[in-house]
Design a protein around this ligand. Sequence first.
Ligand code: NDP
Length: 277
Amino acid sequence: ASQTMACVFGNPIEQSKSPIIHALFAEQFDIDLQYVKRFAEADAFAFSADEFFSLPNTIGANVTMPFKHDALKWVSSLSSQAKRAGAVNTIIRKGSIFEGDNTDGVGLVNDLKDHGVDLQGLNILVVGAGGAAKGVLPALIDAGTNQLSVYNRSADKAIALVNETNHYKDNIATVYDDAAYDEAKEGFDLIINATSLSLYGKLPQISDLVFSNKPVVYDMVYQPSPTVFMQKANSFGCTNNIDGLGMLVNQAAQSFYLWFGHYPEVGKVHQYLLANK
Ligand code: NDP
């Protein structure tokens, strides 16, 4: 049998761990997979995707920053997750048809599960309103979240995201306004940092009161870990702090499943990445 091909599109892309993750998944099922990094120019996602999928035996692709929206426009059809997220991180080829999906939400929810966090009934603060935040809100709602607050530096984006979210489930989301005097600040069970701030050693400008209830703290950034946000939470007595590496492995697992119909074991791969940083 000939080798199956997949790739990840991004810019930059050198740092991507997706090839090693998918190589380890493929090994689990004895699948002969060549998964490569594809750099695309900022304005050339469609060209790059056309080019890749003209190669023989291409089964699908992942899409990372900054192309998740370009991918949404490029594919032939969208899953409900991709539609609701407004972003595509996984392309599945079915002959000449290309389906767009978004596995970031499943990735986060499954990683939280792996860490023993049940989302049923939780009051969650999401920090950030970019592609990653948008990608995970539908999955958080489907997993039983009771209440969502969204904070973003640019408030207009938080407002837009909250409105969109309430379109799917009435009154579940509100904009977190740090200036308002509000007891609601103290009631969070889970805080998710969906900004890139930790990459630069920076913290979001929100009240320390958000840590009062000793929430679980999740940072989508995973390098360096513990991130500055996790360290800050820890200094307020929040001891359950999780970085985004498990989300990365879990979103990849869901993509792999969409391509091959086999669900890989993620724990071993997560451990491998931790041991080989
Ligand atoms: P976007 O560029 O779409 O959004 C970035 C977000 O960060 C926005 O909310 C933006 O706010 C905020 N932000 C950036 N710089 C600052 C700053 N200086 N001060 C305040 N806010 C800031 O990126 P994504 O949403 O796609 O990704 C966000 C992070 O999540 C990235 O670091 C990415 O690597 C990570 N991620 C991790 C995944 C995983 O599997 N672990 C999966 C997906 C993403 P504003 O709107 O005001 O600009």
